[in-house]
Design a binder for this molecule. Structure first.
Ligand SMILES: C[S@@+](CC[C@H](N)C(=O)[O-])C[C@H]1O[C@@H](n2cnc3c(N)ncnc32)[C@H](O)[C@@H]1O
Length: 1005
């Protein structure tokens, strides 16, 4: 890559195709890479592949044929397997084959398939790109193949796809030891050892499992009730009512398996509540806190005929005693009971202690019974054996003793008295895990001995590779078999520990029978094996090299820089504090370290995951004190916010600087950034500009299926930004000049985006990107009056770009819209672009755009809230809380008295009043009476809404007809302009009559 040529990624990104394929990856069939090991932030392989390829090719003229051919070569199998001809016939009115297959057709067909959730062609991640073709192309265009790097590579999607795209060398780095291990297992070993590795892992896994099973079978007896061994054991935490002394199981629901009709029937048995496993039928269903509960009748056994409700005792963290006169038991009391119990039992030498009772066991076929005596005794035996062998296990380092460090995420289990990592498991789990650690260590020696001859110098590495997969399978078991798992009552299956990006407290937990071949450890080993086999398959055509490195990206990027620098560098950093990779990884790390410390001394020497250099927003690490018991106080103390922000932003800047220095002069840096608050990414972009980069493109990629063309609103919250940056010369300038330049450049780019079918929020995003692209060439941009900070300047640039883009959208919808009021404009744009939920930042930018000026007060307040168009809303997106607004439905606004709030009354209020009449079953004439005062404009607005509103909306996860649109269409079709005019006359006459009557009654006539 000698001269600085424009790259394809700087001109085009097939956003919609990429979104669809990325969303498919998150569907039922996870790619092998995802299945290998839990990691919290994997980027979609589809998006990673498309970005890797477009970042390594020069920009050319984008003809229809070129775009389709390129998509095919990337691995977009639809064009080969999807039989477009058949689908095209269905698209064509005349039922004849269309002559030319354009990208527009492709998008139409894809959207139909996404909507019906029927694709009928292989997913992009499983299809290989045309590697040979790319290699030839690279040689021809650049004279060599690109060298790529990702030094914050996490779960590995990006380096994995760079390799598959024909890069000659890829360097993947990580600071987190668990991620480093995943990278080795996901890319390095499969590429290096191929099929042989799959075979050997399979054989050793089998031997390991057999040996383990033999040594632990006494702890998992058959149930004498069924002459069968249970698959899973369901535990419930128990507490004592401080008033009446009753022992209460903290179940939130008495359902055990709703689909199969199993429930728990509570009776009072002396000083405790007993739970009986019963079969029931539903008499009546109802909802409590979004959970399905029911009135049920027992249909078998000694309680046959009894009726009860399935709502349990636990609600919102506190517990209801079945004795009605007792007060609710508050969360603080529950925590102190749990902690106290644990302390007193540990004092007596017991470990893996939990205030919990085994309430049910599950057999194959989702049959449930109460635990029999021998099942309970077997657990007690494990508990005693653990107690007896504890000191030896500790001495031999078969159990991790490390304390859980206080952190943003770790505080939850600590509040319950669980302060060491081993305490997240019960006694039987700990006993078995110590055996697994012991066996895997032993197996390393055995494997090394076996492979020494065949692998010679590579023997140690090969044995280490095999042991890595055995360890990773053990990690899967830890995730699915801890006391932070939960029971999915709808389906009768276990929910793993890391369902959320946190250590979430659970009231019930599940223990798996480790000896079961198809569940538990056997399942985990098999799963890892399948994943490995898939990875080998996907990498087999790659002809590049991979180097996996451990360390802080500020150092590793430069340390491993090839001569002359990298051609392509990707970075997908953590987004502020949304995910605490370090804190979460400790759960696995402390166990892995017992096995891997000597095999990976570079990464597994420290007692816990190193966190000092982790690029993350973490207030606790800045010294914020967290009281384990006092939640309210914790919320109030927030002085460390600024420190944590600064640390994160400075760290990111340092990492960007290292990337700038490690990049070739004609290389490209691509930064992934989760777009939830534009304030945050403005800061990130500023950091990029500060270290010298020029932004050349930004694309928004989503990983959620937008099921209808317009229903992208909620999905827009999940947009990740792909920011493309280069080392280009800059020419510092003044703000007014830069704003003029943006005004000059933007229209042609917007036309191009329209031609490339970039719509909705993506269109706004691309417009902002163009603004930034122009501005970054003139960075640092200065305010001649010296009043605006660099952040303010960036904000001005983004606002201008949004304004130009939105007025273009409005003009496209209807030129008549230009002169109408701001709230109405906002409503149309917001509904068209986002649906109902809009992040506060996007709403702010949209409000600024429709105002056209910068007000002194919050523009969202001024335009949207004051006129009663929305309510505030906080939405959780990928574990992070995002401030947003929710647009209200017309009838909701009227019912809540949120119309006619400001003067002059916005045009949209008249329409909403009319719609709410129809929604309530009123007549057209009654509805039209509300339109009378604004007849002509109302008619225009109805036409606009009829075009701008989506046909369908998502309500409670389901796609349904948009009632607002139905009413708009009804009004539009049933009213004519003459009718509206006659309504005006009628209304005016009425007003005159009313006035005359009023005067008469007041005695003035
Ligand atoms: C968003 S994740 C990357 C996810 C990845 N792209 C994938 O597809 O799985 C960010 C990663 O940055 C890593 N990280 C944080 N600070 C780092 C540092 N100073 N040096 C290197 N990696 C770091 C974290 O451990 C985390 O795995």
């Amino acid at each position: 890559m000698s001269e600085v040529k424009e790259l394809l990624i700087e001109k085009w990104f097939p956003i919609q195709e990429c979104n669809i394929e990325s969303a498919r990856e998150r569907g039922a069939q996870f790619p092998p890479l995802y299945r290998l090991h839990v990691y919290w932030t994997r980027k979609p392989q589809a998006a990673s592949r498309i970005a890797s390829i477009l970042a390594s090719l020069p920009a050319v003229k984008l003809s229809n044929e070129f775009m389709l051919r390129l998509l095919r070569s990337i691995g977009f199998k639809f064009l080969e397997e999807g039989s477009p001809e058949v689908l095209l016939r269905t698209l064509s009115d005349e039922k004849t084959l269309l002559k030319e297959f354009t990208r527009e057709h492709l998008l139409l067909v894809l959207k139909k398939m996404a909507r019906d959730k029927k694709f009928g062609y292989s997913q992009l991640y499983s299809a290989s790109p045309n590697i040979e073709g790319y290699i030839r192309l690279f040689e021809k265009v650049w004279g060599r193949r690109p060298i790529g790097g990702d030094f914050m590579a996490g779960g590995g999607s990006i380096p994995f796809e760079m390799l598959r795209s024909g890069y000659s060398t890829v360097i993947a780095g990580e600071y987190n030891p668990v991620a480093y291990l995943i990278l080795k297992a996901a890319i390095e070993y499969p590429l290096k050892y191929g099929e042989q590795l799959v075979k050997d892992v399979k054989n050793y896994a089998k031997d390991l499992l057999n040996e383990l099973k033999e040594s632990i079978k006494e702890y998992y007896p058959q149930s004498s009730d069924r002459n069968e061994q249970p698959k899973s054991y369901i535990w419930v935490r128990t507490f004592k009512c401080p008033k009446c002394g009753l022992e209460i199981p903290a179940v939130s629901s008495f359902w055990l398996d709703r689909e199969k009709g199993f429930a728990l029937y509570p009776t009072i048995d002396g000083s405790r509540v007993k739970l009986h496993v019963v079969k029931v039928k539903i008499l009546e269903e109802y909802k409590v806190d979004n959970r399905k509960e029911a009135k049920v009748q027992i249909i078998e056994g000694k309680f046959k005929g009894r009726i009860f409700k399935t709502e349990g005792y636990e609600k919102g963290g506190s517990l209801r005693c079945p004795n009605q006169e007792c007060p609710i038991i508050q969360s603080e009391e529950l925590k102190s009971q749990y902690t106290e119990y644990l302390r007193s039992r540990e004092d007596k030498g017991y470990r893996g202690v939990h205030r919990a009772r085994l309430i049910a066991v599950q057999f194959a076929g989702r049959i449930y019974t109460e635990p029999t005596d021998e099942i309970i005794k077997a657990y007690c035996r494990a508990e005693e054996d653990l107690k007896r062998s504890w000191n030896k296990l500790v001495e031999e380092e078969l159990i991790p003793l490390e304390e859980i460090p206080v952190g943003e995420k770790t505080i939850e289990p600590m509040r319950w008295g669980l302060t060491r990592w081993y305490q997240l498991f019960n006694a039987r789990q700990l006993l078995i895990y110590s055996k697994i650690v012991y066996l895997i260590r032993k197996f390393y020696e055995k494997i090394l001995f076996d492979v020494k001859e065949k692998f010679d110098e590579e023997a140690e590495d090969y044995a280490k590779a095999i042991v890595t997969y055995l360890t990773i399978a053990f990690g899967k078991l830890l995730d699915y078999n801890s006391t932070l798992t939960s029971w999915i009552k709808d389906r009768g299956v276990v929910e793993h520990t890391f369902k959320r990006h946190a250590y979430t407290w659970t009231w019930e937990f599940v223990e798996l029978d480790i000896t079961q071949e198809k569940a538990s450890f056997g399942w985990a080993l098999n799963n890892v094996l399948k994943s490995l086999s898939g990875l080998v398959e996907q990498l087999k055509e790659c002809r590049g090299k991979i180097l996996v490195t451990y360390g802080d990206a500020t150092e590793t990027t430069l340390k491993y820089m090839p001569k002359g620098g990298f051609d392509v560098l990707f970075t997908d950093p953590p987004y502020y504090g949304s995910i605490q990779h370090g804190e979460l990884s400790d759960f696995f790390y402390v166990w892995y370290r017992l096995i891997l410390r000597d095999l990976y001394p570079e990464a597994f020497s420290e007692p816990l995951v190193p966190k000092e250099e982790e690029a993350v927003y973490n207030k606790v690490r800045m010294g914020k004190p967290i009281k384990v018991t006092d939640k309210r106080r914790r919320r109030r103390v927030d002085v460390f916010d600024e420190l944590a922000r600064k640390w994160y932003e400075d760290k990111l800047r340092d990492i960007f600087k290292a990337h700038y220095n490690a990049l070739r002069n004609d290389g490209v840096f691509i930064l992934w950034f989760a777009h939830k608050a534009s304030e945050a990414w403005v800061k990130t972009i500023k950091a990029l500009l500060d270290v010298g980069f020029v932004i050349t493109a930004i694309w928004g990629v989503r990983t959620e299926m937008a099921r209808s063309l317009h229903i992208v609103g909620r999905a827009a919250l999940r947009t990740s930004l792909l920011i493309v940056a280069r080392k280009l010369p800059r020419n510092p300038s003044w703000l007014p000049e830069v704003l003029n330049e943006i005004k000059r450049c933007l229209p042609s780019r917007l036309s191009e985006l329209e031609r490339l079918q970039v719509w909705g929020p993506d269109f706004l995003m691309a417009a902002m990107a163009e603004g930034l692209r122009v501005a970054s060439r003139y960075w640092p941009v200065r305010d001649p009056l010296g009043k605006l900070s660099p952040d303010d300047i960036l904000d001005k640039i983004l606002s201008l770009s949004t304004m130009l883009a939105t007025s273009r959208i409005l003009r496209r919808i209807s030129p008549e819209l230009v002169g109408i009021d701001a709230p109405t404009k906002f409503y149309i744009l917001a509904r068209r672009l986002y649906g109902d939920i809009i992040s506060y930042d996007d709403a702010r930018r949209l409000a600024l755009a429709v105002l056209g000026t910068t007000p002194t007060e919050d523009p969202v307040n001024l335009v949207v809230k004051r006129s009663g168009l929305c309510t505030d809303k906080t939405v959780e997106v990928e574990g992070e809380r995002v401030k947003a607004i929710k647009l209200l439905d017309p009838w909701d606004r009227v019912r809540r008295g949120m119309v006619d709030r400001i003067k002059p009354i916005p045009l949209i209020d008249y329409i909403h009043k009319a719609i709410s009449v129809l929604e309530a079953g009123g007549s057209i004439t009654k509805a039209a009476a509300h339109l009378a005062p604004v007849a002509r404009d109302a008619f225009m607005l109805l036409r606009v809404l009829n075009y701008a509103l989506p046909d369908e909306v998502v309500i409670k996860g389901k796609l349904v007809r948009n009632r607002e649109k139905v009413h708009v269409t009804t009004l539009l079709h049933r009213l004519s302009e003459e009718e509206l005019r006659s309504l005006i006359e009628y209304a005016t006459e009425r007003e005159v009559e009313q006035e005359t009557l009023d005067k008469f009654l007041k005695g003035s006539i």
